[in-house]
Design a protein around this ligand. Structure first.
Ligand code: SD4
Length: 290
């Protein structure tokens, strides 16, 4: 059997990869599958780092970042978007209906409403309660693999071997108001080149942005590395340059044009979900620290 169609996603989001993978098996394009796949987590109230139910910033605002890339190399992104449950779909509209790649804040919201998206309060009772508890101490110390562990980045390869990817998040919990992470930045949280493969990242966005991690992984694969080797080299470069990032999680998943998957992370405990050939799995990533 071929390695594709296949859907992979950061963390154990098997409901999302099942949705995308099943669509791919039924002939959907990689772009449609990846959008619908990550939407599962945007709507999941239990996921406190994506979409509805996402943790707010320090001031209580839920602000969302998302992006999407098509096999043609087109891209769309939204940053600091409030009150819209499915930022990935707004990102797709930015890609398909505007001459731009990225819309931010008020303008992104205005565009979403113009496109027929409904405003919704995304701060749930639970996330408000957790934020108020955090306010009692106001200490900003992300807990590895726990507090910020839910960003979904997904890669899909369809029946034709075409690759699309999407990434969506509410960002680091209790971030500063206005902070934007790696997830909506093309090349950082996500990158694909349909001739080579694709990569998605999760974890401490500042580290991922400074290394343009996903772009680097795709370029390393272009130069002959396997997805696994490329993810490892990128993580190692990050911690070599700035050892403080050893204290945080940075994790990548990559796929090459043959549909081979690799992943690597700093801290043990990161896994990726995969759906291929009717089978759903959770796969523990190799890590720098055991
Ligand atoms: C960010 N990379 O905003 C995101 C957070 C994340 O799993 O990936 N959480 O920095």
């Amino acid at each position: 059997i071929k390695n594709y169609p296949v859907a992979v996603a950061t963390w154990n989001f098997q409901n999302a990869t099942k949705m995308a993978g099943t669509m791919l098996s039924n002939g959907a394009t990689a772009l449609d599958a990846v959008e619908k796949g990550v939407m599962v987590e945007e709507a999941n109230l239990k996921n406190t780092t994506v979409g509805n139910g996402g943790a707010p910033d320090r001031d209580g605002n839920v602000t969302l970042d998302a992006c999407i890339m098509s096999p043609a190399g087109d891209a769309g992104a939204v940053v600091y978007l409030k009150e819209i449950e499915h930022p990935v779909s707004v990102a797709r509209r930015v890609m398909e209906k505007t001459p731009h790649v990225m819309l931010a804040g008020e303008g992104a919201l205005q565009f979403a409403i113009q496109e027929g998206f409904q405003k919704k309060n995304l701060l749930t009772e639970e996330s408000e309660k957790a934020w108020k508890k955090w306010l009692e101490h106001k200490e900003y110390k992300p807990i590895i693999n726990i507090e910020n562990h839910d960003t979904i980045g997904m890669l899909c390869m369809d029946e034709n071997g075409d690759i699309a990817a999407a990434c969506t998040t509410s960002g680091l919990s209790y971030k500063m108001n206005g902070r934007v992470g790696d997830s909506p930045i093309i090349g950082a949280g996500l990158f694909i080149d349909n001739e080579v493969g694709g990569a998605v990242g999760t974890g401490m966005g500042e580290a991922i942005m400074k290394s343009v991690g996903s772009f680097l992984i795709v370029e390393l694969m272009r130069n002959g590395m396997s997805p696994q080797e490329a993810c490892k080299e990128t993580v190692m470069r990050t911690i070599r340059k700035d050892p403080k990032y050893k204290k945080f999680q940075v994790a990548y998943v990559a796929m090459n044009k043959q549909g081979e998957i690799g992943s690597y992370c700093i801290h043990k405990g990161f896994s990726y979900a995969k759906f291929h050939n009717g089978e759903s799995s959770d796969n523990l990533s190799e890590s720098y620290l055991k």
